[in-house]
Each structure stands twice: as C-alpha cells, then as structure tokens.
Write a protein that binds this ligand. Structure first.
Ligand SMILES: CC(C)(COP(=O)(O)OP(=O)(O)OC[C@H]1O[C@@H](n2cnc3c(N)ncnc32)[C@H](O)[C@@H]1OP(=O)(O)O)[C@@H](O)C(=O)NCCC(=O)NCCS
Length: 212
C-alpha cells in the first residue's frame, strides 16, 4: 500500500489558458479534429468562450490518449472515458482548461475561477465539518479561498467517480485544512488529491484513485 505522505500523482495534468477567440481557420481546424457528436454539441453552445474551452479540452484529451494508443469517448452521463487502463477527466473555468489522465485507476479534475461565495451557497454544497472550517476563516477573502479549495476537491472527486453533481455534494466530507485535501472515512486512503493555483484566484484540484 502507498504511503499517504507520498502519493503517486496522476500520470499527466495539462493546464492551458483559453486565450483569445480563435480566428475562423484555426477554429475550423480544431473542430475538424473532433468526432461529429462533439461538433454538434459544440454548435449548440451559445458563448464562444464555452465552445472554445470545450473544444480545446477535447482536443487535448484526444491528443494525450492517442499518445498512449487509446481513444476517448463520452458516456451517456457526459463523462469522458478512455480505453482501459487509461482514465481521463476534463474541466474548464475562469478562462482555464485542464485535462488529467491516469493509468492506475479513475481520475477527476476541476478548475474554478474567482467567484463570490455566499453562506447560502456554502450551505447547499458543504458537509457539516466543511461548513465549520469555511465559517472559521478570518474574513470574506479567507472564506472564498476555503470554499474554492473545498469545492474543486469535491467536484474533482465526484467527476472521478462519474456521478458528478447527480450526487448531493454535502454527502462528500473533505478535510482541506492540510497541504492537500483528504476524504474522510474509509475512502480517505483510496483517493489522492493535489491542489494548485494556475493564476491568482484560480483554484485547481485533481483527484485520483490510488488502488482500485
Ligand atoms: C459534470 C459537472 C460536475 C460539471 O461541472 P462544471 O463545474 O459545471 O464544469 P467543468 O468544466 O468542471 O466540467 C465539465 C466537464 O466535465 C465532464 N463531465 C460531464 N459529466 C461528467 C460526469 N458525470 N462525470 C465526470 N465528468 C463529467 C465533461 O467533460 C465536461 O466538459 P465538456 O462538456 O466540455 O465535455 C456537472 O455539470 C454535473 O454533475 N453534471 C451532471 C449532472 C447529473 O448527472 N445529473 C443527473 C440528474 S440527478
């Protein structure tokens, strides 16, 4: 069994800024490399930022998977999956796009830009212990920091397990007071977490399964 002090990180984490809107030829080339189902889905998105984020994410996922001889598709619940033993995850937020791959079990990733945090939002998303830690922050900036740390870890875990927000996020209990987040209970030893800040106010957490 791996030591909690030295968890193996996921095989690969790529984080890129969305960048300015792509010129039509570059956008067409990006789109042409994606499966037709993804092209149709992207065409239904209203905002160019959302289209570009998602297309960049799928382009990166497919490139990383292809380097390992695998392909990527989407399950009926929307989760990207690859040929075993590879697993993949994708997130976009705050002008950043990130993809994670892992060959030792499941993986999930979440990135969020700065966002206002209200007590009502925290109560809808956090477990009792998480809420105590959140409310214990010295000021509003501290509460926002703690919320995003908890939230990205929670979403990364829910994406790794594939339920997404189909599971009540309050049923996931995390301790984010140490350097890296940790799940409470029996699941704690099974899942590794690593948090980082690609830019000021931007929070990213990747969660991977240690021993499936
Ligand atoms: C997936 C989900 C967590 C996305 O969170 P978000 O912060 O809005 O967006 P993110 O950018 O972090 O993640 C979006 C990516 O997650 C991935 N994703 C979608 N559903 C997923 C799932 N069930 N599990 C893991 N990943 C999922 C997709 O790749 C998506 O990007 P894409 O649309 O460009 O392909 C959230 O929208 C969700 O849970 N949706 C499913 C809800 C559901 O299943 N409800 C069931 C009825 S109760």
């Amino acid at each position: 069994m791996q030591s909690d002090a030295a968890p193996a990180p996921p095989a690969h984490l790529v984080v890129v800024p969305r960048g300015p809107r792509l010129a039509p030829p570059a956008w067409s080339a990006l789109l042409a490399g994606l499966p037709s189902a993804e092209q149709h889905r992207l065409a239904r998105l209203q905002r160019w930022e959302d289209r570009q984020d998602s297309a960049l994410g799928w382009h990166l996922l497919r490139r990383l998977a292809a380097d390992l001889g695998a392909s990527v598709r989407r399950t009926p619940t929307g989760r990207p999956v690859a040929d075993p033993p590879l697993d993949v995850s994708l997130s976009h937020g705050g002008g950043w796009v990130t993809v994670a791959t892992h060959t030792g079990g499941r993986v999930g990733v979440d990135v969020e830009g700065p966002r206002a945090t209200t007590p009502a939002l925290a109560r809808r998303c956090l477990s009792a212990g998480e809420l105590d830690w959140f409310e214990d922050a010295p000021d509003a900036a501290g509460r926002q920091e703690r919320f995003l740390r908890l939230w990205t870890a929670k979403e990364a875990y829910l994406k790794a397990t594939g339920t997404g927000l189909g599971r009540d996020p309050r049923t996931v209990a995390l301790d984010c007071s140490a350097t890296e987040p940790r799940l409470g209970g029996a699941e704690g030893a099974r899942w590794g977490f690593r948090s980082s800040n690609p830019a000021d106010g931007v929070h990213l957490t990747v969660c991977w399964e240690r021993d499936p």
